[in-house]
Design a protein around this ligand. Structure first.
Ligand code: SF4
Ligand code: FES
Length: 269
């Protein structure tokens, strides 16, 4: 690899990259945090949330989808870009029910962690107060789409990892929503298993394992002791943990006690 050629700058600092990496992947691998929500190291990015928007040679673009190129001048941690991110977060908060004190995902929630990171102090906009039915039909997994941020990670995980296509995106614009592929549209009638990657990848509290609430107390969860910007190794996939299932253990979905105990409960049922 030509080390000089495969290098670009973020906020004035050099970042080396491997050919094929996106700006986000190269930045995280180099220890530089770029706020992001819908990108995940296990899945192909699709650039929907726009939180990772940076300027590249003066033009705006999604860091998770733009290929790293030699000599690029990338701006990310600027007051203007962070202000835009704060507005995006505020819009996501008011479009759903993100009442952190009452959510089991609190402390393990990427949306909440990013709001802290971007110093979002108020929702600013009027709340939509959506009224979407909570689907508790599955024996081991709760689905509350009032908290969905439409990142489509569950869609990608079910399709690309589990090979099941349990979730998909339907509708357009404000009518967009995640739907469940089952005869009734209910999760309990789908092929989803609590051990599926799709059951553990949700970055917010929309998909949660049942019967494991508060396994790890508030204050000891994933983002409680360490801000998200200091967890670039985990976010880049360089360390084993790539996201918590919401059990509160802070471990990766596949290896946490919640998943294990839920699986045992499922087998015993
Ligand atoms: S349910 Fe969770 S993982 Fe699926 S799109 Fe909504 S926020 Fe993303
Ligand atoms: S993380 Fe890049 S658009 Fe969502």
């Amino acid at each position: 690899m030509n080390e000089i050629a495969n290098r670009f700058n973020i906020d004035g600092g050099p970042v080396d990259f491997e050919p094929g990496q996106t700006i986000l992947q190269a930045a995280l691998a180099a220890g530089v945090f770029i706020p992001h929500l819908c990108a995940h190291p296990e899945f192909t990015p699709h650039g929907s949330c726009k939180l990772c928007t940076v300027t590249v040679n003066g033009r705006s673009g999604s860091a998770c989808t733009i290929a790293a190129m030699p000599g690029m001048d990338v701006q990310s941690d600027t007051p203007e870009l962070n202000s835009r991110r704060r507005v995006l977060l505020q819009m996501l908060f008011v479009e759903g029910h993100h009442f952190c004190p009452g959510c089991e995902k609190s402390g393990n929630c990427t949306l909440q962690a990013l709001a802290y990171e971007m110093e979002m102090l108020t929702p600013h906009f009027a709340h939509f107060f959506p009224d979407r039915p909570v689907d508790a039909s599955h024996p081991d997994v709760l689905l509350d789409l009032n908290r969905c941020v439409m990142c489509e990670l569950c869609v990608r995980a079910s399709r690309d990892f589990d090979g099941k296509n349990v979730f998909s995106l339907a509708g357009r614009g404000m009518a967009s929503k995640i739907v469940v592929n089952s005869p009734t549209g209910l999760l309990g009638d789908s092929d989803l298993a609590v051990t599926d990657r799709a059951a553990t990848i949700c970055p917010v509290g929309a998909i949660l394992p049942k019967r494991v609430g508060y396994k790890v107390p508030i204050g000891e969860r994933l983002y409680d002791p360490i801000p998200i910007s200091a967890q670039v190794g985990r976010l880049s996939g360089a360390t084993a943990e790539s996201g918590c299932c919401g059990c509160g253990s802070g471990a990766s979905g596949g290896g946490c006690g919640a998943t294990a105990s839920a699986t045992v409960a499922q087998k015993e049922a």
